[in-house]
Ligand binder design. Structure first.
Ligand code: HEM
Length: 477
């Protein structure tokens, strides 16, 4: 007499693969289409795993707000096992006391406003170097690859903050980071049909294992170097990079992280460093790439932003971090770009820790929850009929921000698992975009018209442009 519990509506799964065949190359787009048929809370079996796909701000509020604690875990996927030290950091780690302590430590000690401000000088130097590089190209009318230039800048700033340097003659950070992101972003059949895992049909497990050795060797070498340096010449707190801060945990038994100094072991340390690198670089790089692309595509918006920059910055040499709060049009542009071109369109998968009933549907324990944030920006009921238009002004009179309780603009996720690096991400984006746009007009090569610039995305851990953004910079300062 037990009533069969009702899952949310969704497509009928096939044997073994479930509905995997419906995902396509751009899952956020396929899932958006399916949600128009089945609704904003949709059930799908992918391989042998039960998923729920959440596709509207109201539904997201239920999962990431009202019942946040139930959905605050992460699935145990192979990338977490092999690349993330068996989930001993932040991003892949299951919900519980270990994750809570690590998260608190990262928020208070690594990503605090004071710590981030401490790197302002370094950021300024790097920005000036980049502007110089673009200026040199502008002198000879050379085409620049903005995707590459911005990528190298963000990577350099991030590695300096985390490792204490942007280059190392023994390892090319960029290659290792790119390889790791590529492998972790590859569709992995074994995560959906676990019984196939032992066969390693895609050769991914082997790749993960090789790569993890390479990554571990790099991190171990950097940590040992820091330990040796600190013995000879201990750094002052304001000079510490993330490795120093993590190492100092071990030596401060009377601090507020007593418990943690025993909890975070060597692999925990390395995993945290890795999560920071993985979380910071591609996200900011991809965001900036899209913002510059929309600015090139919409000369009206570009001119209006340049005007705002002129009136706020005047004749100063560079846009400084303290100027950013005054650039209200820039913030509207950033929001409008996030709406149409999310860099993590499906956020990061969540997993439920117990059974729960939501909107009359039964959601079993261990269900994986995907929030299709990409769909949110395309709902005419929320953004009106002109949702397809790139129109930063739509944010003029409405109070929508990333922490707002309407869940419309959750570019950084929200709730317990929301991005701990949001402020740093926004800072980097604002700083890079404003400085480039203030100094340069950006023209498309080969006489291409702005309207013809393609805006196609490819899917992975982040969703960058298919084609790199090329432009001819024209110096205007
Ligand atoms: C434009 C920049 C960024 C964007 C768009 C972004 C976006 C996101 C998103 C969507 C999530 C997942 C939220 C969820 O699960 O619901 C996330 C988590 C995370 N982000 Fe970011 N992020 C950015 C910058 C950064 C930076 C600068 C760092 C660190 C230095 C960082 C570190 C992390 C970490 C460690 C997590 C996992 C948190 C957890 O599982 O507890 N992110 N981010």
């Amino acid at each position: 007499h037990l009533r069969r519990k009702k899952l949310p509506p969704g497509p009928m799964p096939l044997p073994i693969i479930g509905s995997l065949h419906l995902l396509g190359n751009l899952p956020h787009r396929s899932l958006h289409k399916l949600s128009q048929k089945y609704g904003p809370i949709m059930s799908m079996r992918l391989g042998s795993i039960q998923f729920v796909i959440v596709s509207s701000p109201e539904a997201a509020k239920l999962f990431l707000g009202t019942h946040d604690a139930v959905f605050a875990s992460r699935p145990n996927i192979q990338a977490g096992k092999y690349l993330a030290y068996d989930r001993k950091g932040l991003t892949h780690t299951e919900y519980g006391s270990y994750w809570r302590s690590v998260r608190k430590f990262c928020t208070l000690e690594l990503l605090s406003a004071t710590k981030i401000n401490g790197f302002a000088g370094m950021r300024r130097e790097e920005i000036e170097l980049m502007l110089e590089e673009i200026r040199a190209a502008s002198m000879v009318g050379k085409v620049v690859n903005l995707s590459e230039i911005v990528g190298a800048l963000i990577e350099g700033m991030t590695c300096t903050m985390i490792f204490g340097k942007k280059n190392d003659e023994r390892f090319v950070f960029k290659n290792i980071v790119d390889e790791g992101m590529e492998a972790a972003g590859t569709f992995n059949l074994a995560d959906y049909v676990p019984m196939l895992a032992p066969f390693d049909l895609q050769g991914l497990t082997k790749r993960f294992k090789l790569l993890s050795k390479k990554i571990d060797n790099m991190l171990e070498t950097l940590i040992i170097e820091h330990e040796e340096q600190n013995l000879i010449n201990p750094k002052r707190p304001e000079e510490m990079d993330f490795i120093d801060i993590l190492l100092s945990l071990k030596h401060q038994y009377s601090n507020t992280h007593d418990e943690l100094s025993f909890t975070i072991d060597r692999s925990g340390m390395k995993c945290i460093l890795l999560d920071m690198v993985a979380g910071a670089i591609d996200t900011a790089k991809t965001s900036i790439e899209w913002i510059l692309a929309v600015l090139i595509k919409h000369p009206r918006v570009m001119k209006k932003l340049q005007k705002e920059l002129k009136s706020v910055i005047g004749d100063k040499q560079v846009v400084e971090e303290t100027d950013l709060a005054k650039l209200s049009y820039l913030h509207m542009i950033v929001k409008e770009t996030f709406r149409l071109y999310p860099v993590a369109p499906l956020l990061v998968p969540h997993q439920s820790i117990e059974e729960i009933v939501i909107s009359g549907y039964n959601i079993p324990k261990n269900t994986r929850v995907i929030v299709n944030y990409w769909a949110f920006g395309r709902d005419p009921k929320v953004w009106s009929e002109n949702w397809e238009e790139f129109l930063p002004e739509r944010f003029t009179d409405i109070e929508i921000d990333y922490r707002g309780n309407n869940y419309q603009l959750i570019q950084f996720g929200i709730g317990r698992r929301g991005c701990p690096g949001m402020n740093l991400g926004l800072l980097n984006i604002g700083l890079v975009v404003s400085n480039i746009v203030r100094c340069f007009d950006l023209e498309l090569p080969g006489g291409m018209l702005p309207i013809d610039l393609d805006m196609n995305e490819k899917f992975g851990l982040t969703t960058p442009r298919v084609n790199p953004l090329l432009a001819i910079p024209v110096y205007r300062c």
